[in-house]
Design a protein around this ligand. Structure first.
Ligand code: HEC
Ligand SMILES: [Cu+2]
Length: 499
């Protein structure tokens, strides 16, 4: 009896010990990457598949690992940050972001890293996809006029950033040294109809947003993490107007997102769209469905997939909205197709709503004769720049505004009827109800940081474009209206309602 009990106890202990050993082994296997499995044989070699933003190379159809030859060249050169604003970018290849690189899980990436002889600084590259010291930072670090080679195995499928990590890394990233690299899983990603990539990044310029000319880097703003620009794909407007992303209704779309920062986490959102699938943080599995806004951490990535059934224009934003409307983080997705009113009706009716109000609406009674065009200051070219950096965010590239939200400047009766009132709008901002072309708007246009030259230029530009044909606005006009406002002689812009 005693013997049997001992036997049972020992057997139990063995079972428990065996189970613990088994669990430990399972846990360890779960953590180990495919790197500890047997390495795939490298067959042949080929140039890396790369494309310029926002395009993504087609899926890889290879069923074996290969040696991929990747050439990266760093350039320090002046590029356009916004219309009329330039900045000395440091780039992988020609532009920020650098090219999208697509490799297959198991590939050996032979990286040839060249620092152009015209450059002034040493640079390197850190591939987040490369599991080794600094992701290759030390292996690639090189002075201008030199080139280095190093190789790494792409063992872990997922979407990864690459960026320069030369000290001070924040500066190198802030100047544009980043891009995205996809390690496609062996079995491939689910097939979609269209793929694009979007990288959000910040620029810390001395001048305020939209201030023209060549802009220097501001260390002070960088330390405070207060960029003047937050942009998609390296420039204001890189995904707007004719550069918009385009798909058809019913097509499946995958967007590869990256955020090198250097400081701000992105709350990526497409106004009016829902992400059906999200690969959180750019990992290799779909971990969420039906997401409105996905977070892209600094130094990280994400992939989103969706199908859009209703045609129209959808706006890509960082949902931290002042970045979108005031710092450039805005793009467009144009969806073409036949309307699906059973899914989304559009506006079904509109009537006046008048429950009785104390507000006195002052009708604009006087028709102001157009003043002769005085050409001093405010050139149309300058005005065009002000428009495409500042006004465009709300009044839209075509000047048609956004229904119920931003009034049109195109063929605007409000704008064209009273030149001085338009100047007051820009000097003071505008709030309260206004009627433009028979539609009412009740929103706020903030007082914008504009010089007299900006105001004269922007108004001259909009009054002569978008189907408008009116007299220009001179610097003298702006000065006169400003003086009236200072003397309190003029009505504020708001109650002159334009009704
Ligand atoms: C942040 C968004 C925003 C920006 C930027 C902006 N506006 Fe506006 N604008 C508005 C809104 C909103 C209104 C209507 C305000 C209201 O409902 O009271 C408006 C009204 C106007 C009007 C009078 C109504 C009309 O359609 O004629 C003019 C003129 C105008 N804006 C010109 C400009 C110009 C020129 C610029 C660039 C220098 C500019 N706006 C930048 C939001 C903006
Ligand atoms: Cu660098």
């Amino acid at each position: 009896m005693k013997y049997r009990l001992t036997f049972l106890a020992v057997a139990c202990l063995f079972t428990i010990a065996g189970y613990v050993a088994y669990r430990t082994a399972v846990a360890a296997a779960d953590v180990r990457s495919s790197a500890s499995a047997s390495l795939e044989t490298i067959v042949g070699e080929e140039p890396a598949a790369t494309t310029v933003a926002p395009n993504v190379p087609p899926p890889l159809t290879r069923h074996h690992a290969t040696k991929v030859i990747l050439d990266l060249e760093v350039k320090e050169h002046v590029k356009t940050l916004a219309d009329g604003v330039t900045y000395t970018y440091w780039t992988f290849g020609d532009d920020a972001p650098g090219k999208f690189i697509r490799v297959r899980e198991g590939d050996l990436v032979e990286t040839h890293f060249s620092n152009h002889p015209d450059n002034m600084f040493s640079h390197n590259v850190d591939f987040h996809a490369a599991a080794g010291p600094e992701g290759g930072g030390d292996a690639s670090f090189v002075a201008p006029g030199h080139t280095t080679t190093f190789s790494w195995r792409a063992m872990n499928p997922g979407l990864y950033l690459y960026h320069c990590v030369a000290a001070p890394a924040g500066l190198h990233i802030a100047n544009g040294m980043y891009g995205l690299l996809l390690v496609e899983p062996k079995e491939g990603l689910p097939k979609v109809d269209k793929e694009f990539f979007v990288v959000q990044g910040e620029f810390y310029t001395h001048g305020a947003y939209g201030e023209r000319g060549q802009q220097a880097f501001s260390m002070e703003k960088a330390l405070k993490e207060q960029p003047e620009y937050v942009v998609f794909n390296g420039h204001v407007g890189a995904l707007m107007g004719e550069n918009a992303l385009r798909i058809k209704t019913g097509q499946s779309l995958r967007i590869y997102l990256g955020n090198p920062g250097p400081s701000l986490v992105s709350s990526f959102h497409i106004v009016g769209a829902i992400f059906n699938n999200v690969y959180g943080e750019g990992g290799s599995t779909i971990n969420q469905h039906n997401v409105q806004t996905t977070v892209v951490p600094v130094g990280g990535a994400a992939m989103v997939e969706m199908v859009t059934d209703v045609p129209g224009s959808y706006t890509l934003v960082d949902h931290a909205m002042f970045r979108a409307f005031n710092k450039g983080a805005m793009g467009q997705l144009q969806v073409e197709g036949t309307p699906r009113t059973e899914l989304f009706s559009g506006r079904q009716s509109e009537q006046t709503y008048n429950p009785g109000t104390h507000l006195q609406r002052v009708a604009a009674t006087t028709e102001v004769a157009p003043a002769p065009f005085a050409s001093a200051g405010g050139t149309s070219e300058h005005g065009k720049q002000v428009y495409s950096t500042i006004c465009v965010a709300c009044h839209q590239p075509d000047g048609n505004g956004v229904a119920n939200t931003f009034p049109p400047l195109a063929k605007s009766d409000f704008l064209m009827r009273d030149k001085d009132r338009a100047v007051r709008v820009l000097l003071q901002g505008l709030s309260g109800q206004v009627t433009v072309n028979g539609h009412t708007f009740n929103n706020v246009m903030p007082k914008l940081p504009l010089t007299d030259e900006d105001i004269a230029g922007a108004l001259s530009y909009v009054r002569a474009n978008f189907g408008n044909a009116g007299s220009g606005v001179s610097l003298a006009d702006v000065a006169r209206v400003r003086a009236q406002l200072n003397r309190g002689q003029s009505q504020p812009a708001m109650p002159a309602g334009g009704t």
